[in-house]
Write a protein that binds this ligand. Structure first.
Ligand SMILES: Nc1ncnc2c1ncn2[C@@H]1O[C@H](COP(=O)(O)OP(=O)(O)OP(=O)(O)O)[C@@H](O)[C@H]1O
Ligand SMILES: Nc1nc2c(c(=O)[nH]1)N=C(CO)CN2
Ligand SMILES: [Mg+2]
Length: 233
């Protein structure tokens, strides 16, 4: 999805979610400066080399734990959406790539990154504090944003960590994408927020996020170059 295709979705998202375009842009500039300062950023081409034709993208829905026990994922690239990283580590799997706005369990993200996971860190108007706190301590980072792309801060489309990870996989060459733990629905998986003790009833802003994520994935199914599948245990 290019900027022109993303723009109308983005304008609806900021309107409905009450986000500030100006703050989103500021965050993208901040991430760019932090990446240049840290000198441990990677380019699209470097991440392309990591993503194979077949990719599993893990969301943080309640079905994730059972799916991790029952299925074998050794024939594809493993891409974890933020909080799903913790469930993969618990299951003895290391994500090849983690797509995050840094509001997941940061200790697990750091462990995975130290063991070799590539990071895709997203800048938005509400995570500038997290970018400042954590980006300097992470390695092999590709930056993304939801406003106009900058030279080393990319925008492949997509909104939540989960659907954004699918858009990234498609843009970087995956042609068979299997989504695991993408339940959306009325229950938020316990890995989604560090504060959650258990799977929890969906709250209003999260319901809106899920609706946009679904709509975007439907768009990609129709307009993208990859086959998209949901793994339902
Ligand atoms: N039932 C579910 N519960 C939690 N995550 C889900 C569910 N179904 C699908 N997902 C996907 O898994 C991803 C997990 O990432 P994470 O929980 O950090 O969300 P996020 O996009 O950062 O949203 P938020 O800003 O609300 O934390 C979500 O972005 C979403 O796309
Ligand atoms: N401004 C802003 N943008 C976002 C936010 C958010 O909370 N605020 N959350 C996202 C992940 O779901 C993606 N984009
Ligand atoms: Mg997140």
């Amino acid at each position: 999805m290019n900027w022109e295709q993303w723009k109308p979705f983005y304008l609806r998202i900021v309107r409905e979610m009450g986000y500030s375009i100006e703050q989103d842009r500021k965050s993208a500039e901040l991430l760019r400066a932090l990446l240049l300062e840290g000198d441990d950023y990677i380019t699209r081409e470097e991440l392309e080399a990591v993503i194979g034709k077949k990719a599993y993208v893990f969301g943080a829905g309640p079905s994730l734990e059972d799916a991790l026990k029952r299925f074998d994922f050794s024939d594809g690239t493993l891409i974890a959406a933020d909080g799903a990283t913790s469930a993969l580590l618990d299951a003895g799997l290391l994500p090849d790539v983690i797509v995050t706005d840094l509001d997941g369990r940061i200790s697990d993200i750091k462990i995975a990154n130290d063991k070799g996971s590539f990071m895709v860190v997203h800048a938005h108007g509400d995570n500038m504090d997290k970018l400042v706190s954590y980006v300097p301590f992470l390695s092999r980072i590709l930056g993304t944003c939801q406003t106009e792309p900058l030279d080393i801060v990319y925008n492949f489309g997509g909104f939540t960590d989960g659907d954004r990870a699918v858009f990234l996989a498609e843009a970087l060459g995956a042609r068979d994408i299997i989504m695991v733990g993408f339940d959306f629905g009325d229950v938020v998986g316990k890995w989604s927020k560090p504060g959650l003790k258990d799977h929890s009833p969906v709250w209003e802003s999260k319901r809106k996020k899920f609706a946009f994520a679904r709509e975007l994935l439907n768009w990609l199914e129709k307009n993208g170059r990859a086959r998209l599948r949901y793994l339902h245990p």
